[in-house]
Design a protein around this ligand. Structure first.
Ligand code: PLP
Length: 400
């Protein structure tokens, strides 16, 4: 077929996925590649989840389930929200999806009419703008300054709201910056939102458990209960429980929106995999203490990477509060040429040359609507991270 629908030509392929694929290809060709481009934990899925999946297969839990997920999974999700954030939901306010991405996709498709505006603070996760565009909405980008730790400020939010604004998408902690909102950071945003009842909030909390230095994570519906009736909270098992391949995410929000998402999902993928759902019940019910060693490891890696980057002239980077990314500024290096002869006019040139000349795969900042930066995912062992830092240092030392 040579005709491709206009809606598809309006969107981009995920640039982080494209770079990860290029890195894999170079590796398959025998190149020594260190891949810092993947937003995926390097840990194994926890044993309770794996065993629950095996048990689900052996006991015949291999059929269609309710589109929105089994009652057991929705109950486990309800218990999580109650235990973690003191937020109470009913079964009909929960939907399980094939990943957090599908939950966001469903929410936009279920709620946007052509031209509806969606406020997206930038830097932002690569998929938000394209999902909004596909759903015929209009992304409205609000740049967030490193001077405010890349956090959206209340005045900027206020200025961006128009009568056509339908949603604000918050990502807490944020991919790619690792910035995270405390209750204190969220309160002024809530005050603005309370003044604009037509604006709903989608809070993507997929990295909520991965926070460091004793940071206390907070979420909108907890900080301002009056906003619960127009907040959709998205989460999932991919990052916290290293279950990216299982495709299990979920959302909690007002019944009418969840029903519309359920209707949409019922005509696309139907329920997420029954086996993944059983695994998710075990993961969500597992003791949080089991996550502590993991969080410690991420924090250690973050410190290692920040420390290594701080010794490279031309790169500056703050220590993020969460997720497993750092987002260094490389403005000081642009305009220079590499040893291999590449002229670095942009962050894309920088990451391409770094990959070709040093075998280190990262993602350019422009993919996240924030040029002059690049993203490093540090979900990798210490020895690979040290080696990558050494290569980045060598690459930068060779610029002239
Ligand atoms: N939201 C953010 C901010 C992400 O970084 C990702 C994955 O990279 C997702 C959502 C989607 O995760 P999944 O669909 O695997 O649940």
């Amino acid at each position: 077929m040579d005709h491709i629908a206009q809606r598809v030509s309006r969107i981009n392929i995920s640039q982080s996925v494209a770079i990860a694929e290029l890195a894999r290809r170079l590796k398959a060709e025998g190149r020594d590649i260190i891949n810092l481009s993947i937003g995926e934990p390097d840990f194994d899925t926890p044993e309770p989840a794996r065993l629950a999946a095996i048990q689900a297969i052996e006991s015949g839990q291999t059929r269609y389930t309710n589109v929105a997920g089994t009652p057991a999974l929705r109950q486990a999700i309800i218990e999580r929200f109650q235990k973690d954030y003191g937020i109470t939901y009913r079964q009909d306010e929960i939907i399980a999806c094939a990943g957090g991405k599908q939950a966001i996709f469903n929410a936009m498709f279920a709620s946007l009419d052509p031209g509806d505006e969606v406020i997206i603070p930038t830097p932002c996760w690569v998929s938000y703008p394209d999902i909004v565009t596909l759903a015929e909405g209009r992304p409205v980008f609000v740049p967030c300054s490193p001077a405010h730790d890349f956090l959206l400020q209340a005045e900027e939010l206020e200025r961006s709201i128009t009568p056509a604004t339908r949603w604000l998408i918050l990502n807490n902690p944020c991919n790619p910056t690792g910035a995270a909102y405390s209750a204190q950071d969220l309160k002024p945003l809530c005050e603005v939102l309370l003044r604009h009842p037509q604006v709903w909030v989608l809070t993507d909390d997929i990295y909520d458990k991965l926070v460091f230095d004793g940071f206390e994570f907070s979420t909108i519906a907890q900080v301002e209960p009056c906003l619960k009736e127009r907040t959709l909270t998205v989460n999932g098992c991919s990052k916290t429980y290293a279950m990216t391949g299982w495709r299990l995410g979920y959302a909690a929000g007002p019944r009418a929106l969840i029903q519309a998402m359920d209707k949409l999902q019922g005509q696309s993928t139907s329920n997420p995999s029954s086996i993944s759902q059983a695994a998710a019940v075990a993961a969500l019910r597992s003791d949080d203490a089991a996550l502590q060693p993991l969080i410690q490891t991420y924090q250690h890696r973050r410190d290692l990477v920040i420390e290594g980057l701080s010794r490279i002239p031309g790169i500056s980077c703050t220590a993020p509060r969460g997720a497993f990314y750092v987002f260094p500024n490389i403005r000081g290096l642009l305009g220079k040429s590499s040893r291999g002869g590449a002229r670095l006019q942009s962050d894309l040139d920088f990451v391409n040359a770094l990959l070709q000349e040093q075998g280190v795969a990262t993602v350019h900042g422009d993919a996240y609507m924030c040029p002059d930066h690049f993203r490093i995912s540090y979900a990798l062992d210490d020895s690979s991270l040290n080696k990558a830092l050494e290569r980045i240092r060598d690459f930068c030392a060779g610029l002239s």
